[in-house]
Design a protein around this ligand. Structure first.
Ligand SMILES: Nc1ncnc2c1ncn2[C@@H]1O[C@H](COP(=O)(O)OP(=O)(O)O)[C@@H](O)[C@H]1O
Ligand SMILES: [Mg+2]
Length: 291
């Protein structure tokens, strides 16, 4: 299926590093009464380095600061807040303070344009000057055609978002990101709003697409099962303020069978994660187990 996409040429060379990241936000109105500070620390001294293609899962309870960290990696700055409060992000060893051409983001709300067909949504980045300069019209068209097939939207390419299901809309968003062949793909709970069966289909699709187009994927989730099914590496964040509470690799090849998911090895990993989160103040937010 995904064999139509040529491998990304630069997939092997990539590095993304967070160094001593701290993020504080103003305390929400009403909550600072009686407290020493009017700021709340959401991320506390996070340092981590990803230095090769792979799927890295950033797992933590909801509200712990995952999106904050991911936005920072993507150079996306919320209005009116210094981001990060302190610390640095490096891409390929170079200090990164704004959006980077090789980094693309996918969100839970797929951000598809309602007035455009699936095909035109996927082709949309090639309307932008940056991508028109980098990719010829013919190449862009060939990439879009191949990507539509790779994500299984061949029969739906002319439909608009309102005519597509949630899973199909997320396929459009994923295709729009991958058609750019990013070296770094940042995904913020992309399958979090989908039903269980569709979520599993999308996890399977992502692992197929990854195989034909390897890159560094940083994938945020609060779903323990999703982290274990997809991750080459799993980074567990504690509840607010987010700190790295655990960091381990999973060598089992994808797609990971249901037998592997039920195995004692996997159960032990799941228990390890849940114990870490309990021991690290994880009760301040929810994590989910979907097995
Ligand atoms: N721009 C912002 N201004 C103020 N507070 C924010 C902002 N963005 C996030 N927060 C707060 O920071 C905390 C972590 O948010 P977030 O990074 O979205 O967590 P997660 O993605 O893990 O659910 C939450 O308490 C949230 O309300
Ligand atoms: Mg979030």
């Amino acid at each position: 299926m995904s064999s139509t996409i040529p491998p990304s040429g630069s997939g092997e060379l990539v590095s993304l590093e967070l160094r001593n990241i701290v993020q504080e936000y103003p305390m929400p109105a009403g909550e600072s009464a009686g407290s020493k500070s009017d700021r709340i620390r959401v991320v506390d001294d996070v340092s981590v380095k990803f230095d090769r293609p792979g799927i890295v899962m950033l797992l933590g309870p909801s509200g712990c600061g995952k999106s904050t960290l991911l936005r920072m990696m993507g150079g996306v700055r919320p209005m009116g807040v210094k981001t990060p409060t302190s610390g640095e992000v490096f891409i390929d060893g170079v200090l990164s303070t704004e959006a980077h051409d090789d980094v693309v983001m996918v969100f839970q709300r797929y951000a598809n344009r309602p007035d455009l067909s699936a095909r035109d949504n996927i082709a949309f980045p090639f309307r932008l000057k940056l991508w028109r300069r980098k990719v010829s019209r013919e190449d862009a068209k060939a990439r879009v055609d191949a990507m539509i097939e790779s994500v299984g939207l061949g029969a739906h390419a002319d439909l608009r978002p309102a005519q597509l299901s949630g899973g199909q809309n997320q396929r459009v968003a994923l295709a729009r990101a991958l058609v750019l062949r990013p070296r770094i793909l940042l995904m913020d709970e992309p399958f979090g709003a989908l039903d269980a069966q569709t979520r599993e289909e999308m996890q399977r699709l992502l692992s197929d697409l990854y195989r034909s187009q390897p890159c560094l994927i940083v994938f945020v989730t609060h779903d323990v099962t999703e982290a274990l099914v997809l991750g080459d590496r799993v980074i567990v964040l504690s509840g607010q303020p987010a700190r790295i509470a655990d960091d381990f690799e999973i060598s089992e090849p994808r797609p990971r069978s249901s037998a592997w998911q039920r195995s004692s090895e996997t159960q032990a990993l799941e228990e390890r994660i849940l114990a870490t989160l309990h021991g690290a103040g994880g009760s301040r937010g929810q994590v989910r187990v979907t097995v």
